[in-house]
Design a protein around this ligand. Structure first.
Ligand code: ZN
Ligand code: ZN
Ligand code: ZN
Ligand code: ZN
Length: 762
């Protein structure tokens, strides 16, 4: 290995290499655009003919204040003029649209990057095949030497250095093999969505596959296949009877002998998976057993020697179990590696192999069958013992017998009309009139290719009309044959409706003032009850959300969610559900004061006015448990005491305020009050205020014991105004409710007139 840098520097370089480009430079303009050719994109540029085009107005390369905006149809010429920074970021296709996903997937961190990396060793960190062979041989010899009693202090420095370098090279080759494999798989997975790019990409893929095979063969040289089988046998052995009564171990201290031997056995078994250390390291474990015993103590040496003999007997058991017949690879397995066309985020796929243990990596480089092009499936042909280990619960790589899995992702994705293929017209990049039905593959593509998929979509089907659904519900329905189109995701909603995303500062202080003790209580204050309303919900969401982008998304989610009839239908499971801030915008833990609607004559202070609940009857409340027969208090879905935190879930109970009024048996949590209210619509809030004003007037008139405390003509004017209350939207004001309301107003007006006569005798 003369004339080379130290192994350490190879390793340092290996990480950054993933993005290093080798060979001919491919650019976005070279990629066939297929059905996306001619799609309209918005570009920004300076006002000169040759100026670069930018996909984003905020691009740092756009150094002018005089920016031209244009909608252009996508073609090679446009892509050639695109600034490289914007090209890498998806060229300005809106994320979550078909076009946006396509441009991002082929862009300079996607397909183009993969096609140009891991094609051949590059100049900065290459090694020759001869060097790789030498390093493997050196490590093999060293492993054997470790087994011979290795307290040899004469270990000379140059040998140690050579060994270190060989180990570094081994690490480098394995890490390149993992990277090359991940990169090839991801390139293939991306192509399943864009099949028209396949022919164009094939030559590059062939080069990548060839280099991957070179790396695999080099990596395999560091692995002794016999040892892999023996290690599998060792890991599978049941614990043999341990010689606890052996007098040689008495020095360990009578009662501790058996636990020390069990520990030794476990260490020995787990060390088997660390194949870089080899059988030598296992033999060396005999030192472990006498650790902590003074070297002068009598019997120490004998105990160690006995432990070494014991370990040797275990090694023999393992070797016997790995009888030569078992070393022939004859079982075919399929390894379940994360696959990008199954809706897995892209980084999970490429980094998967990095997390595997040495033994499993050794098995992969030794027995992986040359993959079929584009299959994306990992097939292994392994000896029985290895198969059992891989199929067992302790396997680092979940596997199944190969003949079961006829339904590989390849077969799903590539038959007939290629349902997985992305084209314009599924997501929001064409008029609604041209929308195509969405399929499960489209949703998977969205999950894989969009940096973040909108958690809620407005969808339309002929069977169910327009609905707001979480992605996971949509997926479930699609597996059952649901036919519909996506109208818009949350981020597709027009900015003109969503409004500014900055919280209004002075509004906050205004609201807070009405919530001060005393002030918010005044039912005649125009802000009375404001904390229950929709506007306050929006403020809550904004106040709790940080970052402009998150605010814009949350406001859109809030707007979409408000159209859901039953909020439980928005439950999408924990990680993908709505953010807590949005739930606070939808729900409030403040309480309605229902006194105006209660029957009069209850003995509590401030008896009821028996006003109709009117539009408030339907106000929803969500609780974790409304059934007194089911054990456990009811909690607000936002209560920290509830098991799931801060979201309405499918299993919650839904009541209406009318139900709440009718019951006395509920068992509510004392911290949260037991439920959260769905925020009041404008009509509901307006009615709530009107009812409280009416109730307040009634109380005043009922309680007039002494002198007058209100101006009677003012009271009558107020009643006149309340008589005209109407829903603020065009909803019907139910006739019996309306009659009851008018009746109460008339009654109070008579009382006011009478008290006027009494207090002001003329
Ligand atoms: Zn740019
Ligand atoms: Zn206000
Ligand atoms: Zn609670
Ligand atoms: Zn509680």
């Amino acid at each position: 290995m003369s004339g080379r840098g130290s192994g350490i520097s190879w390793l340092r370089a290996s990480r950054s290499r993933r993005w290093g480009l080798v060979g001919s430079e491919l650019t976005m303009a070279d990629v066939p655009l297929g059905p996306f050719a001619g799609s309209l994109i918005t570009v920004y540029s300076a006002k000169s003919k040759a100026a670069k085009l930018h996909g984003s107005r905020q691009c740092r390369q756009l150094r002018t204040s005089d920016v031209m905006t244009a909608k252009v149809s996508l073609d090679e010429a446009v892509l050639r003029r695109l600034c490289t920074r914007c090209a890498a970021r998806g060229a300005g296709g809106r994320p979550g649209t078909g076009l946006g996903m396509f441009l991002l997937a082929i862009g300079e961190t996607g397909l183009l990057c993969h096609l140009q990396s891991y094609r051949e060793p590059d100049e900065d960190e290459c090694w020759t095949d001869h060097e790789a062979r030498g390093a493997a041989e050196l490590l093999r010899v060293q492993q054997r030497l470790d087994g011979l009693d290795g307290e040899d202090e004469e270990d000379d420095a140059s040998l140690r250095k050579a060994r270190e370098e060989a180990e570094n090279l081994r690490g480098l080759i394995f890490s390149h093999w993992c990277g090359a494999r991940g990169s090839l798989l991801e390139a293939e997975a991306l192509l399943t969505y864009f099949p028209w790019v396949e022919e164009w990409a094939k030559p590059s893929l062939r080069i990548k596959a060839r280099y991957l095979e070179t790396l695999r063969a080099q990596a395999a040289r560091f692995v002794d296949r016999e040892e892999l089988v023996v290690a599998a046998a060792a890991m599978a052995l049941p614990m043999p009877e341990l010689p606890c009564a052996d007098p040689a171990f008495a020095v360990l201290g009578g009662s501790r002998v058996s636990s020390a031997l069990v520990r030794l056995w476990r260490r020995w078994q787990s060390t088997a998976a660390r194949i870089w250390e080899g059988p030598g390291a296992r033999a060396y474990l005999s030192c472990e057993i006498v650790r902590g015993i003074r070297s002068s103590q009598k019997g120490r040496g004998a105990a160690r020697a006995e432990a070494a003999r014991l370990i040797e007997s275990w090694e023999e058991l393992a070797r016997a179990a790995a009888a030569p017949l078992d070393r022939v690879p004859k079982r075919r397995l399929t390894g379940h590696v994360p696959h990008a066309s199954a809706g897995t985020p892209r980084h999970v796929v490429t980094d998967f192999l990095d997390g595997l243990d040495e033994w499993t990596l050794g098995v992969l480089v030794t027995w992986a069958v040359q993959p079929e092009w584009g299959s994306g499936v990992l097939t292994l042909e392994v000896p029985d013992l290895v198969a059992e280990r891989l199929l067992g619960p302790a396997s680092g790589l979940p596997c199944s017998p190969a003949d079961w899995t006829a339904d590989s992702p390849k077969h799903e994705g590539r038959t007939g009309s290629e349902p997985g293929r992305l084209r314009p017209g599924v997501f929001d990049d064409t008029p609604v009139f041209d929308r195509c039905p969405v399929t499960l593959d489209h949703i998977r593509a969205l999950r894989t290719l969009a940096p973040t998929a909108d958690p809620l979509h407005l969808v339309f089907s002929a069977s169910g009309g327009a609905e707001v659904l979480p992605l996971s519900t949509l997926e479930r329905r699609l597996t059952k044959g649901w036919l519909g189109v996506l109208i818009a995701g949350a981020s597709d909603l027009p900015a003109s409706l969503i409004g500014p995303e900055e919280p209004e500062r002075n509004h906050d202080s205004e609201v807070r003032a009405t919530q001060l003790p005393g002030r918010g209580q005044d039912v005649h204050d125009p802000h009375f009850g404001e904390s229950l309303g929709l506007a306050e919900g929006r403020h809550r969401t904004l106040r709790q959300t940080y970052g402009t982008e998150a605010r814009q998304l949350n406001l859109r989610l809030l707007a979409l969610a408000r159209g859901a009839h039953d909020l439980r239908s928005l439950d999408a499971g924990r990680p993908s559900g709505l953010p807590t801030e949005v739930w606070h915008g939808l729900l409030t833990e403040d309480r309605l004061n229902l006194a105006p609607f209660r029957k009069p004559g209850s003995n509590r202070r401030g008896s009821g006015s028996a006003l109709p609940l009117g539009p408030l009857a339907a106000v929803q409340l969500y609780t974790t448990n409304a059934n007194p027969l089911i054990e456990g208090k009811g909690h607000s879905p936002l209560c920290r005491h509830a098991q799931h935190s801060a979201a309405v879930v499918r299993g919650d109970d839904l009541l209406a305020v009318a139900d709440l009024m009718a019951r006395t048996d509920s068992d509510w949590c004392s911290k949260c009050g037991g439920y959260a209210l769905r925020r009041l619509t404008d009509t509901q809030l307006s009615y709530y205020r009107a009812a409280h004003r009416l109730h307040d007037i009634k109380e005043q008139l009922d309680n007039q014991t002494g002198g007058p405390d209100a101006d009677p003509s003012g009271v009558i004017a107020c009643l006149d105004e309340l008589a005209t209350w109407q829903p603020v939207d065009d909803a019907e004001w139910c006739s019996s409710d309306s009659w009851q309301w008018q009746e109460t107003v008339r009654e109070l007006t008579r009382m006011a007139a009478r008290s006027h006569a009494v207090t002001r005798p003329s």
